[in-house]
Ligand binder design. Structure first.
Ligand code: ATP
Length: 240
């Protein structure tokens, strides 16, 4: 049996005349933390949107298999039931709900009340800022606090695969460190992670394997540690 949790083959996405993704292959195996890095406009977010079914199917070609099943035609709200959670760029928290309510929403497919309460307590321990603001509306949180909430909400669903789009964007260095600590811990707990990041160094330091995306193509892939030492990656993405 294959170890693939996610397999993307020949994925193409076009927005009208713009070919954003030009036929990429990508695999994420069980328990792996995979970094997908690349410059602005490389097609990373578009790839995640294709996986999560947030693009009109007519724009998408190729196959996307999750746990051996095609994801074609799946609506994003079905994904949580399939144990696939996404933290989108721009966070996507429910702005008019409190922090506590956002976390409860993350667990809407679960009915183990005690487990849900224990998980909320756990996330409040990890992110004390959220605990202090439990009843505050999520829309009034800072960018970094919303990022913490979005991550915790996604994890409340107990996903098998977590997709993260630019979790470090707009965060202070301390917040970035905190978010990456959570990502590494989540991975150690056995959750499979596909991490899209512009901060190539941090992403490759945390990941098992990496993919470089450039102008809609995957231009390099390999062991993350080897990629950190690769002169082409160093020059183009690590500013060295
Ligand atoms: P960033 O790191 O800046 O978010 P990215 O690698 O995630 O970049 P995408 O957001 O996937 O890149 O964009 C890939 C290309 O597709 C870009 O040229 C972008 O302008 C284009 N694009 C993205 N969304 C749309 C859209 N809705 N309509 C038209 N073009 C789009």
């Amino acid at each position: 049996m294959s170890d693939n949790v996610l397999k993307v083959s020949g994925l193409k996405v076009a927005y009208g005349g713009i070919k954003a993704v030009k036929g990429i292959d990508l695999e994420v195996n069980k328990g792996e933390l995979i970094a997908l890095i690349g410059a602005n406009g490389a097609g990373k977010t578009t790839t995640l949107k294709a996986i999560t079914g947030t693009l009109p199917p007519c724009k998408v070609e190729g196959t996307i298999t999750y746990q051996g099943e095609s994801l074609k035609g799946s609506k994003s709200f079905h994904l949580v039931e399939k144990k696939l959670a996404m933290v989108p760029e721009g966070r996507g928290v429910f702005t008019r709900m409190s922090i506590q309510e956002n976390l409860m929403m993350g667990a809407y497919t679960r009915n183990d009340k005690a487990g849900i309460e224990a998980d909320i307590a756990k996330w409040f321990d990890v992110f004390p800022r959220l605990k202090e603001r439990a009843q505050q509306l999520a829309g009034t949180l800072s960018g970094g606090e919303q990022q913490m909430l979005a991550m915790a909400r996604a994890l409340m669903s107990h996903p098998q695969l977590l997709l993260l789009d630019e979790p470090s964007m707009g965060l202070s260095p301390i917040m970035v460190e905190k978010i990456f600590e959570v990502i590494r811990n989540v991975s150690k707990e056995g959750i499979t992670v596909l991490l899209v990041e512009q901060n190539a160094k941090l992403a490759l330091q945390a990941a098992h394997r990496g993919y470089v995306m450039d102008s809609g193509n995957i231009t390099m892939t390999g062991n993350a540690k080897d990629m950190l030492d690769d002169p082409r990656v160093k020059a183009a993405y690590l500013g060295e």
